[in-house]
Design a protein around this ligand. Structure first.
Ligand SMILES: *[C@@H]1O[C@H](CO)[C@@H](O)[C@H](O)[C@H]1NC(C)=O
Ligand SMILES: *[C@@H]1O[C@H](CO)[C@@H](O)[C@H](O)[C@H]1NC(C)=O
Ligand SMILES: *[C@@H]1O[C@H](CO)[C@@H](O)[C@H](O)[C@H]1NC(C)=O
Ligand SMILES: *[C@@H]1O[C@H](CO)[C@@H](O)[C@H](O)[C@H]1NC(C)=O
Ligand SMILES: *[C@@H]1O[C@H](CO)[C@@H](O)[C@H](O)[C@H]1NC(C)=O
Ligand SMILES: *[C@@H]1O[C@H](CO)[C@@H](O)[C@H](O)[C@H]1NC(C)=O
Ligand SMILES: *[C@@H]1O[C@H](CO)[C@@H](O)[C@H](O)[C@H]1NC(C)=O
Ligand SMILES: *[C@@H]1O[C@H](CO)[C@@H](O)[C@H](O)[C@H]1NC(C)=O
Length: 401
């Protein structure tokens, strides 16, 4: 535990912590502004829909370019699927490579209670994701996303496996139980073949500490939050054990890299840590090495000291390509831009593969709901635009063996 205190004080980058806090404070606004956001989403959705359909009318004579076309060459789908009834037969995009250890993913329209996701949209995502990675991680289980992803994997017949997740909250236990039921139903329906684990908690400790005016995850306040989180982790373990499944399903947790509580780490099979050079005001030139060093000293080394040896991975790392306001257009050191995303991809991905680092790249596509609710760079971390077309970047080509 003392090593934790050391590492936390050794973090040395209060700006990064501040930014994590700012993100967390913003997350509280989700609830308050969700009604307003729903209305805006509908308005934006309608205008985007109109724009996309206009584009597809203009574009449908030229659907032969890579990644362009759609079902039968006449829809706005970003993946060519010759037979609309066979999602397993789709045209591979030569620009994509299975070079990523894993990818962070939330299907569009998976924010409770608005929801609005659907199978055909998730199938398109899995067709694209399967050309980048064999592993994805979800953040929560609301809006039927566990079943949609597993159904899409089944129908596309792709070699993609998923960490399901329960985005629980300290103050409302129905949020946990609702998602627990969805996860259990999905495992019952789809079996365990494509399930890598169940993650309980996303930035739970970060949010708990901020809400209770504390910063040290191993303080008394931190341990009180950890006890609540552990109860849900243990309950998920009990639920899985009671299902008599043919293989062991690991149970883990994800949090900001500097916010792991030791009691939680001692209770999990795996830990996923957000490690963000952007929020640490690191230059793009230093970003990949900083990420590797932070993860190693703050997460891998402390976990290795524990008798249960939780398997640590990077839950999120990436680089944004733009900001919705001028103030966040740089992190004080480097710009949010496609050119810098390219540098991060070129310096991080293949090196991390060589180093044997387990990471989930953040992220698959731009998330419009985040831009609407949080502004700044929050909605602009995708390799793909929100419309599922690739940004002006080159995907590294270093397939994992
Ligand atoms: C686009 O596709 C529709 C349906 O196949 C067709 O009626 C229309 O003529 C096409 N437009 C162009 C510009 O090719
Ligand atoms: C798309 O093309 C297929 C055949 O290629 C056709 O059956 C279908 O009606 C078309 N859909 C639209 C919306 O034009
Ligand atoms: C499916 O979900 C996507 C993402 O939320 C949305 O853009 C699309 O309009 C939905 N399609 C239908 C038919 O509801
Ligand atoms: C599927 O992906 C896993 C890694 O997630 C890999 O070990 C396995 O070889 C892949 N299988 C096929 C058939 O490509
Ligand atoms: C969840 O998604 C699966 C797969 O598409 C579907 O079979 C099921 O009916 C959905 N459940 C709900 C409640 O929408
Ligand atoms: C890979 O490992 C080397 C040697 O420890 C280190 O210098 C580098 O920063 C690491 N890079 C990544 C992206 O993991
Ligand atoms: C870090 O970046 C933020 C956002 O641009 C900025 O407000 C802050 O002053 C920067 N801090 C340092 C120490 O550069
Ligand atoms: C997708 O979105 C990007 C960014 O907004 C835009 O530049 C591009 O034209 C769009 N592509 C299509 C096919 O709508």
């Amino acid at each position: 535990m003392s090593s934790y205190d050391h590492l936390n004080s050794n973090n040395g980058n209060s700006n990064w912590l501040e930014n994590e806090k700012r993100r967390s404070r913003k997350s509280k606004i989700i609830v308050i502004s969700s009604l307003i956001a729903i209305i805006i989403v509908i308005v934006v959705g309608v205008s985007v829909g109109v724009t996309v359909s206009k584009n597809s009318k203009h574009n449908n004579a030229s659907t032969t370019t890579g990644g362009g076309g759609g079902s039968g060459g006449n829809s706005s789908s970003p993946v060519d699927q010759p037979d609309p009834n066979d999602p397993s037969n789709f045209v591979k995009d030569p620009r994509l490579h299975v070079s990523f250890y894993g990818m962070a993913y939330t299907p569009a329209g998976s924010q409770y209670p608005a929801c609005g996701n659907n199978l055909s949209s998730v199938i398109t995502d899995i067709q694209l994701l399967s050309q980048l990675t064999t592993r994805i991680r979800l953040y929560g289980a609301d809006c039927n996303q566990s079943a949609l992803v597993l159904e899409a994997i089944k129908q596309t017949k792709t070699n993609v496996s998923v960490y399901l997740a329960n985005y629980n909250e300290p103050t409302d236990h129905t949020v946990y139980t609702r998602q627990k039921a969805a996860i259990q139903a999905a495992i019952q329906t789809y079996g365990t073949d494509h399930i890598l684990g169940v993650t309980v908690g996303n930035e739970y400790m970060l949010n708990y500490l901020n809400a209770n005016g504390a910063t040290d995850p191993n303080s008394a306040t931190g341990n009180a939050g950890a006890a609540l989180l552990k109860a849900d982790i243990d309950d998920t373990r009990t639920m899985i054990a009671g299902m008599n499944l043919p293989k062991k399903i690991p149970v883990g947790n994800s949090d900001a890299g500097a916010y792991f509580n030791t009691l939680v780490l001692e209770d999990i099979d795996y830990g996923m840590a957000n490690v963000h050079p952007w929020f640490a005001n690191v230059t793009i030139a230093q970003a990949a090495a900083w990420t590797a060093d932070f993860f190693n000293t703050q997460n891998v080394q402390p976990a290795a000291l524990l008798s249960n040896h939780p398997q640590m991975s990077i839950a999120e790392t990436g680089w944004p390509t733009q900001s919705s306001d001028l103030g966040d257009a740089t992190n004080g050191a480097s710009a949010a831009s496609e050119a810098n995303l390219q540098i991060f991809l070129d310096t991080f991905v293949c090196q991390a593969n060589q180093n044997g680092t387990e990471y989930f790249y953040f992220e698959f596509f731009d998330e419009q709901w985040k831009d609407i609710q949080f502004g700044g760079v929050e909605g602009w971390w995708g390799l793909f635009h929100a419309n599922k077309t690739l940004k002006n970047i080159q995907i590294p080509n270093c397939p994992l063996s």
